[in-house]
Design a protein. Structure first.
Length: 415
């Protein structure tokens, strides 16, 4: 094999084209279009249909085991793509395998009629989604130079709100038939991955179609080295993401348990409208946060602001019984979520322990996204058993988000 295929240190990325940044954002939107409706609407609805009285416990099992698989799969996918040799590059083969598997797993979830079947379908979904998502995130570090990462992350930060908004509109409002919902989600995911597969400037890493590095070569790769700033950024992301996950995961149950929604809307339709409004705010905040953080060359102040905004929204939800105040809280939540997704993604690439193993290290950083999906459902199921269940639940979310925002100030390598 040519020595060019065995270079330890990847070349410094050149300026990324607008077309590639758009393709990267679209691919991320497809991933979130598959994931967000599953988290906020499809899995809660399926849990409630399987056992209305035990829906919170079923959702806790789905969240815990799904997140456990997601965290491991994301690290594995990053490491495997780092060591992949193919004529199509390191990341592209895994993007294809993960996207096709994720689309197929939607059918498995749709056909689940027991708690065991639902958990199994979600495990397959999380495995395949993260086999795709790990290499997709690594493309930001591979192909976008640091000076462009704020605006790139701003566009990528459009993915959660755009995915959530489209998913809420289709799944919660426009498509009442269950089979059509899942089919549309799977089809849009596959379509969204096509542009980045063609536009990614992946250098061939071997003459064959596909081959993993030999086990002994993987064993000689530099071991993961935990640095202080990476640890701080990781814990900050974990705490803010915990607040975001709690708010996102239990809103449908909150609407169901409040009584009849205004205007005779179905609970999932009202949630869809709230998510759409929040997502519009999130899109504007994501773009503004990404561009401003590049222009000012500062990231930490924006992450702090994001944590405070998410905390304010959660606190408002904890003490508000009015539907209009709930809508206002979701607008504030969207602003904090948008700033966070844009700027935190750029900041984490600036404190990675190793440029050579960016896929693996970003997989480790993604644990801060998946771990809250493990403990948030368990915490929520426990707190909902108390007399002031939703109040305590949202206060816990606010405390976590505010703590994560303040913690980011301890980073030294980034401003």
């Amino acid at each position: 094999m040519s020595s060019a295929f065995l270079a330890d240190v990847p070349p410094r990325p050149q300026a990324a084209s607008g077309a590639f940044l758009a393709a990267l954002a679209i691919a991320q939107m497809g991933a979130f279009l598959a994931f967000m409706p599953l988290l906020t609407i499809l899995a809660p609805l399926k849990a409630a249909a399987i056992d209305p009285g035990g829906k919170a416990l079923i959702l806790a099992q789905v969240g815990f085991w799904g997140a456990l698989v997601a965290g491991g799969a994301n690290i594995l996918a990053g490491a495997l793509s780092d060591g992949t040799h193919s004529r199509f590059g390191r990341r592209r083969p895994w993007l294809i395998v993960g996207a096709v598997g994720t689309a197929a797993s939607c059918l498995v979830i749709m056909r689940a009629h027991t708690a065991f079947g639902l958990v199994g379908g979600v495990l397959l979904f999380q495995l395949c989604l993260n086999l795709m998502f790990g290499p997709l995130v690594a493309l930001l570090a591979d192909q976008v130079p640091p000076a462009q990462r704020g605006r790139a992350a701003g566009f990528i930060g459009l993915a959660p709100p755009a995915g959530a908004m489209t998913g809420a509109l289709l799944v919660g409002v426009a498509l009442p038939q269950e089979g059509v919902r899942y089919a549309v989600v799977a089809g849009l995911l596959l379509a969204a991955m096509v542009p980045v597969l063609f536009l990614a400037r992946e250098t061939p890493t071997g003459p064959r179609i596909f081959r993993l590095a030999r086990p002994h070569r993987l064993g000689t790769r530099r071991p993961f080295r935990l640095t202080r700033d990476f640890a701080v950024a990781w814990l900050s992301r974990l705490l803010i993401q915990a607040g975001i996950t709690i708010v996102s995961l239990f809103t449908l149950f909150n609407i169901q348990d409040r009584g009849a929604p205004p205007g005779g809307l179905a609970p999932e339709a009202l949630l869809g409208l709230l998510v759409i409004g929040s997502s519009l705010v999130q899109i504007a905040a994501s773009l503004a946060g990404g561009f401003l953080s590049d222009h000012l060359r500062r990231r930490k102040a924006f992450v702090l602001a994001a944590g405070v905004l998410v905390a304010a929204a959660a606190t408002l939800l904890a003490f508000s019984a009015d539907w209009r105040l709930m809508a206002g809280a979701f607008a504030i939540f969207g602003a904090g979520y948008g700033i966070f997704t844009a700027v935190d993604a750029a900041l984490i690439t600036e404190v990675l322990p190793s440029d050579r193993d960016a896929g693996r290290d970003l997989g480790v950083s993604n644990l801060a996204n998946t771990l809250p999906q493990m403990f948030a459902p368990v915490l929520g199921a426990a707190l909902l058993q108390t007399a002031a269940g939703y109040a305590w639940l949202y206060l816990a979310a606010g405390l976590a988000a505010a703590s994560g925002g303040l913690l980011i100030l301890a980073i030294r390598r980034a401003r």
